[in-house]
Design a protein around this ligand. Structure first.
Ligand code: SF4
Ligand code: SF4
Length: 401
C-alpha cells in the first residue's frame, strides 16, 4: 500500500465517531496528510473519449454511501469522478452529495448521475405510454434540486438493455434538450444486460458521449464486450466500467471473497476503458481502490486468485438470458439471479427489492416445478437460488433497507 499508509487513519475513524464537529477536525487532519498523495504523479489518468475530460482510472461509486465525510476524504485523497443516480437510496444519495458539493469548488469534481426511463419491460425492452421525454425531464429536474448544482458533467439513461431503448427518439430528445440548456455536459447510457448490443447502438447513434457498462473477469461475454468497447473508444465514446468486482464474493455465505484489487486491475488493463466506479462504503475500500490507481500490474497471487475465481459459479449473472427460454415457465431467471447477487454478494437489499419489484411472481415460483430444465452456462442451480432470493419479498423491507 506504500504511501497510503501515511494516511491518518485513526483520525479518520475518530472523525466518524465524533459527529459533526469531530468530523470537521478529522477531515482536516486527513486532508493535510492526503494532500501529499494528491500531488502523487503516479496516479494513472485517462481521457474520457472525446469529451476532453481527463480523470483518474478509479472513480467513486457513491451508490450506497451516505457519509459526506467519507466522500470528502476521497476528494482530498485524489478521487475526482463521482457516480450517483436519481434512484439511489430513494434520492438521499444525490441529496447527500448536494450538501457536500455546495462546500467545494465546482471545478474540483466530475459528477455523473442517471435517470431511468419509466414504463419499460426489462425482459423485452418494450416501452409503454409512460416511457416519455417528459418523465426523463421531470426526474432530472428533481435530481438537480437535490444536487443543488447548475449542471452535471454526465447524465446517463439508466439501465438500458435494448437497442430500441437506446435509440428511442423521445429519450434522445430529452438528453439533447438538457445538453443544449447547459444542464448536462455529456450524455450517456448505463447498461448491465445485453451490453454488447447497447454499446453498438451507442456507436451507431453518433449521439452518446459516454457509455457506462458492466464488465468483469467473470463476464461470459467479456471478449465480445471488449471488442465493442474498442470500437466505441475508436469513435471517441468514453467508456466507464461497473460491476468490476463480479459479485464481490464467490459464495452466498461470503466466506470466499473475490480479490477485488485484482478484479479492478483486470478491467483497467484495457486502456479503452477510461475509469471504473466500484462502490465504496468504507475507508478501507477507499484505500484499497486508490492503490490500484498507481499500478495495474497483476502479481502472481492476484493472477492465481482470478483464475481460481473463474472456476467457481460465483454470484455474478451477466444477464445472457439463455435461461429464460429454457425455463418451463419462462421466468425472468436472470432478474432473480441479479437480485440474488445484490442480496448475497453486496448485501444491497435496496437494489434487490428494486429488481424483485419488477417481477410479477414474488413467492417461490419454482416450488411446484418437478424438474428444472435450465442449464445456466455459469453452473448456477437457478431453482435453488430463486427459492432463496424470492423469500426476500416476504420480509417487510423496512427491516432490511
Ligand atoms: S442465470 Fe445463467 S443463463 Fe441466466 S442470464 Fe444469468 S448467466 Fe445467463
Ligand atoms: S425449476 Fe424454476 S427455473 Fe427451473 S424450469 Fe422450473 S420454474 Fe423454471
Amino acid at each position: 500500500m506504500g504511501k497510503m499508509q501515511n494516511l491518518n487513519r485513526r483520525g479518520f475513524l475518530r472523525s466518524s465517531l465524533l459527529g459533526t464537529a469531530g468530523a470537521l477536525i478529522g477531515t482536516e487532519a486527513i486532508g493535510s496528510s492526503i494532500r501529499n498523495i494528491k500531488k502523487e504523479p503516479l496516479i494513472i489518468r485517462r481521457k474520457l473519449g472525446k469529451t476532453g475530460v481527463e480523470i483518474p482510472i478509479v472513480s467513486f461509486g457513491v451508490m450506497r454511501s451516505d457519509n459526506t465525510t467519507l466522500v470528502k476524504a476521497a476528494m482530498d485523497m485524489g478521487f475526482v469522478h463521482f457516480d450517483t443516480a436519481h434512484g439511489y437510496q430513494e434520492g438521499r444519495n444525490e441529496t447527500m452529495l448536494g450538501e457536500l458539493f455546495k462546500t467545494v469548488p465546482r471545478s474540483s469534481f466530475v459528477l455523473a448521475t442517471k435517470v431511468a426511463p419509466d414504463d419499460i419491460d426489462r425482459r423485452t425492452g418494450e416501452m409503454g405510454p409512460g416511457a416519455t421525454k417528459e418523465s426523463i425531464l421531470a426526474k432530472f429536474d428533481l435530481s438537480m434540486q437535490r444536487l443543488q448544482l447548475e449542471y452535471v458533467d454526465i447524465l446517463y439513461l439508466h439501465a438500458v438493455s435494448a437497442r430500441k431503448v437506446a435509440l428511442a427518439p423521445q429519450f434522445l430528445e430529452a438528453l439533447s434538450e438538457l445538453k443544449k440548456q447547459g444542464k448536462v455536459k455529456f450524455v450517456g447510457m448505463s447498461t448491465h444486460q445485453n451490453e454488447a448490443d447497447v454499446i453498438q447502438a451507442a456507436i451507431d447513434s453518433n449521439f452518446y458521449d459516454v457509455v457506462l457498462t458492466a464488465i468483469n473477469f467473470k463476464h461470459s461475454q467479456a471478449e465480445l464486450l471488449k471488442e465493442k468497447i474498442a470500437l466505441a473508444a475508436e469513435k471517441g465514446i468514453g467508456i466507464v466500467a461497473m460491476k468490476t468486482m463480479a459479485g464481490a464474493f464467490m459464495d452466498k455465505e461470503r466466506q470466499q471473497p473475490i480479490n477485488c484489487s485484482a478484479a479492478l486491475k483486470w478491467v483497467l488493463q484495457d486502456t479503452n476503458i477510461t475509469t471504473a466506479i466500484p462502490a465504496i462504503l468504507t475507508y478501507d475500500q477507499m484505500i484499497q481502490n486508490f492503490s490500484v490507481m498507481e499500478n495495474l500490474e497483476l502479481n502472481e497471487q492476484e493472477k492465481a486468485d482470478l483464475e481460481e475465481a473463474k472456476l467457481v459459479a460465483g454470484l455474478y449473472c451477466d444477464g445472457c438470458k439463455l435461461c429464460v427460454q429454457e425455463c418451463k415457465k419462462h421466468l425472468p431467471v436472470n432478474e432473480y439471479m441479479r437480485a440474488y447477487m445484490y442480496t448475497y454478494g453486496y448485501r444491497n437489499y435496496e437494489n434487490a427489492y428494486a429488481v424483485l419489484d419488477t417481477i410479477a411472481e414474488t413467492s417461490d415460483p419454482c416450488r411446484d416445478c418437478d424438474a428444472c430444465t435450465v442449464k445456466c452456462p455459469k453452473g448456477f442451480h437457478v431453482a435453488e437460488r430463486i427459492g432463496d432470493v424470492s423469500r426476500l419479498s416476504d420480509i417487510p423491507r423496512d427491516l432490511m433497507v
